[in-house]
Design a protein around this ligand. Structure first.
Ligand code: PGA
Length: 248
């Protein structure tokens, strides 16, 4: 049985006050059957660690630099994140790939750095609208998955989570249908089974892209969808708790 994971990606949003609000709300909520992580911007990590201490919330980060330390102005390393109680880290989010030109190779380097620091990477993959319209969705997604997963050791693969986020569904209000999402998840799991059947069965696959309190249940009911990576709706505590409850 795969335990669902609901991860809230705040992106460059939120505030110290929102951290406190989440800490208070989740202190009241029993979440035995679902893992929940919040990925706030870096400056809020320490406050979140404290505010979430008495809650089931786990801490996530949104990216990391491949190096442990050095002359990389503005960057943050996996070791630094681990020191602040971070457990999960997003790698290869489409905004990083598009706006900051992160290549598959750079995504791979970040995954290795995250694993080296003892963090659990959430590898984000997904096709653009042009790629979907050209019938290339599966090729693109499996290339992104394969570039990383095929080069990891079995023990490293066990630490991975994969988030399928069609780029055209992110922040657009346009969600993939449960069938579209399930089809891609089955393809990713099938690809992974080519390496290791047991691992493929255990691998958590998240859907991301305009997931909200209204559509979460239907998406999460799909056989191969084991959770969600939530952007906009993770900034509203009521919506986010509702999504967590529909996963539990
Ligand atoms: P969204 O973002 O839920 O606002 O579409 C998802 C994401 O980018 O992870």
């Amino acid at each position: 049985m795969r335990k669902p994971l609901i991860a809230g990606n705040w992106k460059m949003n939120g505030s110290a006050e929102l951290v406190e609000t989440f800490g208070r709300a989740f202190a009241e909520i029993d979440l035995m059957s679902v893992d929940v992580a919040i990925h706030p911007p870096f400056p809020y990590l320490d406050a979140a660690r404290q505010a979430f201490a008495a809650t089931p919330l786990k801490l996530g980060a949104q990216t990391l630099n491949p190096l442990d330390s050095g002359a990389r102005t503005g960057e943050v390393s996996g070791q630094m994140l681990a020191e602040f109680g971070v457990e999960y880290v997003l790698v290869g989010h489409s905004e990083r790939r598009q706006l900051y030109h992160e290549s598959d190779e750079q995504v791979y380097e970040r995954v290795i750095a995250a694993l080296g620091a003892g963090l659990k990477p959430i590898l984000c993959v997904g096709e653009t609208l042009e790629e979907r319209d050209a019938g290339l969705s599966e090729d693109v997604v499996l290339r992104q998955v394969g570039y990383v997963m095929a080069r990891l050791e079995p023990g490293q693969r066990q630490q991975m989570t994969i988030a399928y986020e069609p780029v055209w569904a992110i922040g657009t209000g346009r969600t993939a249908t449960p069938e579209q999402a399930q089809q891609m998840m089955a393809a990713i799991r099938g690809y992974q089974a080519g390496f290791d059947r047991e691992l493929a069965d255990a691998l958590r696959l998240l859907y991301g892209g305009s997931m909200n309190a209204g559509n979460a249940q239907e998406l999460l009911a799909q056989q191969d969808i084991d959770g969600g990576l939530i952007g906009g709706a993770s900034l509203k505590v009521d919506d986010f708790t509702a999504i967590c409850q529909s996963a539990g």
